[in-house]
Design a protein around this ligand. Structure first.
Ligand code: GRF
Length: 188
């Protein structure tokens, strides 16, 4: 069975969608949730699903031990689901082509440092865009610059608030993230 390691910093609705998909399909299991934020919602979600968690700080994240710990799980994929720290080069190099991220906009637009969460949706609305969407891409040493795997689009409606757009984008994410993981696992 394929093993996934999830990285998340926040509420964890994407992590929950991936866990549900794993249970429903039996195609993979989540072996570990890595989180950098004490009290983050994703930690409760992991606990409810009996999935071990690893709380990291800046130092442990950059240690050689961390790479070894990850390797110990034998993951098929490392999945960044709302994870806000830049992945260290040593981790990228230890798992070539095996780290993916989801971004709540159509990259290369509205990506890069500082473009996360509501900042992205605010910028999209302020620019008067008529559509937005999600990008699932490989992770390399630079923020939001790895090769794109999948993009899915949705409209930006007149009068949209960042919150309303975020809700529409989350729906895309919760469907396409697990299914893209399924596609990648079937083709590795
Ligand atoms: C998602 O919109 C994801 O694209 C972004 O952060 C958000 C995480 O949401 N990178 P959640 O914690 O999965 O609910």
């Amino acid at each position: 069975m394929h093993k996934l390691i999830l990285f998340a910093s926040g509420t964890g609705t994407n992590a929950a969608a991936i866990m549900d998909w794993c249970k429903a399909t039996g195609n993979a299991s989540v072996a570990l949730v890595v989180c950098n934020k004490e009290g983050a919602g994703v930690l409760d979600i992991a606990a409810k699903n009996n999935i071990p968690t690893l709380l990291i700080n800046r130092e442990s994240f950059r240690s050689a031990d961390f790479v070894e710990t990850l390797k110990g799980y034998g993951p098929s994929l490392l999945v960044l689901a709302g994870f806000l720290w830049k992945v260290p080069e040593a981790v990228v190099q230890a798992f070539p082509g095996k780290i993916i991220n989801i971004h709540p906009a159509l990259l290369p637009a509205y990506g890069g440092k500082g473009m996360y969460g509501h900042h992205v949706h605010e910028a999209v609305i302020a620019a008067g865009e008529r559509s937005s969407g999600i990008t699932i891409h490989y992770v390399n040493e630079h923020y939001d610059e790895g090769d794109i795997i999948v993009q899915a689009h949705c409209p930006v409606l007149p009068g949209d608030t960042p919150g309303a757009l975020a809700k529409r984008i989350h729906k895309l994410e919760h469907y396409f993230f697990p299914h893209t993981i399924g596609y990648l696992l079937a083709n590795v």
